[in-house]
Design a protein around this ligand. Structure first.
Ligand SMILES: [Zn+2]
Length: 273
């Protein structure tokens, strides 16, 4: 999965230091990221962008000693550096570089949304000792936002409940997923999402794995569960276009994909779960 970058070591602690030319430059334009086309679409290093002021860059994290810094604006493209949709990161190698890009995107979204205080509207400043933004006027402190979301593989004997989303570019079959609401347990989220999207009940909910997923600023928590009772599916037609029970042998082989959804589908397809 995207975050399984061992033996490389991701260090998220907020330990800012001066940027060096060999550190990586993370720059975003809405949902696009600046990539180096001269280096097979890899992340650019600070030295690749002429005229950048190292003191203007925001320290994000390190991976095995390499620093990653966020550009505060939207630098112009060059012959080598162009913006690509962040989904292009799914194909970037090595894996630690793809993980760095998606994780930096999550942080960039958060920094972009905390420039002003949500309580009094004044500009926020970075706290010096931890990753948080603080309002100098009213003292409001904002820590990085991360949504909790569930993904569930619902089994009906030798069949897996797969769905296809309406109105999205991602047309492959996927598992049921959804965000936890405030005041809701993970198990309650699973029961609600499965009922809302397909009209069936589940039992025997078992934790499987989890995945930080910066694309949606989320921590995804994966489960398997068994159908409880009637197997008649009622796709809601709004959020989901289609829901169906897929026999184990017909589950799509997505073993090369970096997502937990793909890992879960693969585990079922291979009879591991
Ligand atoms: Zn304030």
């Amino acid at each position: 999965m995207l975050h399984n970058i061992e033996p490389e070591e991701y260090r998220c602690e907020y330990t800012p230091r001066a940027a060096m030319p060999s550190d990586y430059l993370m720059a975003f334009r809405k949902n696009e990221i600046l990539l180096n086309q001269m280096e097979n679409g890899q992340l650019p290093q600070i030295a690749d962008l002429p005229g950048v002021d190292p003191d203007s860059l925001q320290y994000l994290f390190s991976i095995s000693g390499r620093g990653f810094f966020l550009h505060p604006g939207t630098p112009a493209e060059t012959d080598a550096l162009t913006y690509r949709h962040t989904r292009a990161l799914r194909a970037v190698t090595p894996l630690w570089m793809a993980f760095a890009g998606v994780t930096a995107y999550h942080l960039a979204v958060w920094y972009g949304h905390t420039r002003y205080c949500g309580a009094c509207g004044r500009p926020m400043v970075h706290k010096s000792d931890e990753r948080a933004m603080v309002c100098p006027d009213c003292g409001n402190i904002r820590y990085p936002d991360m949504s909790v979301a569930i993904i569930v593989g619902v089994r009906n004997g030798e069949n897996l409940l797969l769905t296809r989303y309406a109105g999205r570019g991602f047309s492959d079959y996927a598992l049921i997923a959804g965000f936890c609401e405030i005041g809701e347990s993970l198990e309650a989220t699973i029961r609600r999402e499965v009922m809302e999207e397909t009209g069936v009940r589940v039992k025997n909910i078992q934790y499987y794995d989890n995945q930080p997923w910066g694309y949606s600023q989320s921590l995804l928590i994966g489960f398997f569960a068994d159908l409880d009772g009637d197997d008649t599916l009622h796709a809601d037609g709004v959020e989901l276009a289609e829901a169906r029970w897929v026999p184990r042998a017909e589950v799509q082989d997505r073993s090369g994909d970096i997502s937990m959804t793909a890992k879960m589908m693969d585990a079922f397809r291979r009879g591991l779960i």
